[in-house]
Design a protein around this ligand. Structure first.
Ligand code: SF4
Ligand code: SF4
Length: 235
């Protein structure tokens, strides 16, 4: 929980300039206060915002504790040892060997500064991905929070919790990509936040993958990462 001490606040409103979700308000007396429902506990105002030491932070209890876990880049997830919102694996597949020939990796990034997202919205996406055959990545902290990984479901108490952004990571056989993209297309107009989708595969599978993306009339922005590292995992 992040709060502002009224007795220390000098009403300069500097902290409000740093908040990525506009959670810092000013009261009639001029003092700033934090709207707890909106605050995602990113810690930016604590680290940078206040020169008077008026902003203090206490560790939030479960389930609110997930806000800082996904929004504050300096916190580490106990489940994976990874800080922040995901593993950004797509750039390093040549080293980790996570996505094998014939498979496609899928990253769905939900929320952005200024918008944020809730676990209810994340679940709208993960349920559809699971329905279309996607398997969620073991090394991603979101996967560990699911109460039912096969169905992409999170515990109900998490649904209202808000975070700045998350990255859902999954993989599936290439031939099932079209089904997942169709499901994501269907949810994009119903969900109250923004999300972007990245797909990646081995070089040999690129033509098949791009043809599937093209068929769904998505506009690909492609890039190639050349693997120069030594493979850590061989399967
Ligand atoms: S920066 Fe500190 S002193 Fe200034 S309004 Fe925010 S909490 Fe108050
Ligand atoms: S912790 Fe982050 S979200 Fe919360 S008030 Fe501070 S800057 Fe805004």
């Amino acid at each position: 929980m992040v709060q502002i001490s009224k007795s220390k606040c000098v009403c300069c409103h500097r902290c409000a300039l740093f908040c990525p979700v506009a959670a810092i308000r000013s009261g009639r007396d001029g003092a700033s206060w934090i709207d707890e429902a909106i605050c995602v506990e990113c810690g930016v105002c604590v680290r940078n915002g206040c020169l008077s030491g008026a902003i203090r932070r206490r560790r939030s209890p479960w389930p609110r504790s997930v806000r800082a876990l996904f929004s504050d880049p300096v916190t580490k997830h106990r489940s994976t040892g990874v800080p922040g919102r995901g593993t950004a694996e797509s750039k390093t597949n040549d080293v980790t060997n996570r996505i094998q020939p014939g498979q496609v990796g899928l990253n769905v990034e939900l929320g952005r500064p200024g918008v944020g997202t809730s676990f209810h919205q994340v679940q709208q996406v993960t349920r559809r991905m699971a329905k279309a055959g996607a398997g969620f990545e073991e090394q991603n902290p979101l996967t560990h929070l699911m109460s039912d990984r096969r169905r992409g479901v999170f515990p109900r108490e998490l649904w209202p919790e808000r975070v700045l952004s998350v990255v859902v990571e999954a993989s599936l056989p290439l031939e099932e990509l079209a089904g997942v993209l169709k499901e994501l297309r269907a949810v994009e107009r119903k969900i109250g936040t923004v999300f972007s989708v990245s797909v990646y595969c081995r070089w040999a599978d690129r033509r098949r993958m791009l043809a599937l993306v093209d068929r769904r009339r998505l506009l690909p922005q492609a890039k190639v990462n050349v693997g120069l590292g030594r493979a850590r995992r061989q399967r």
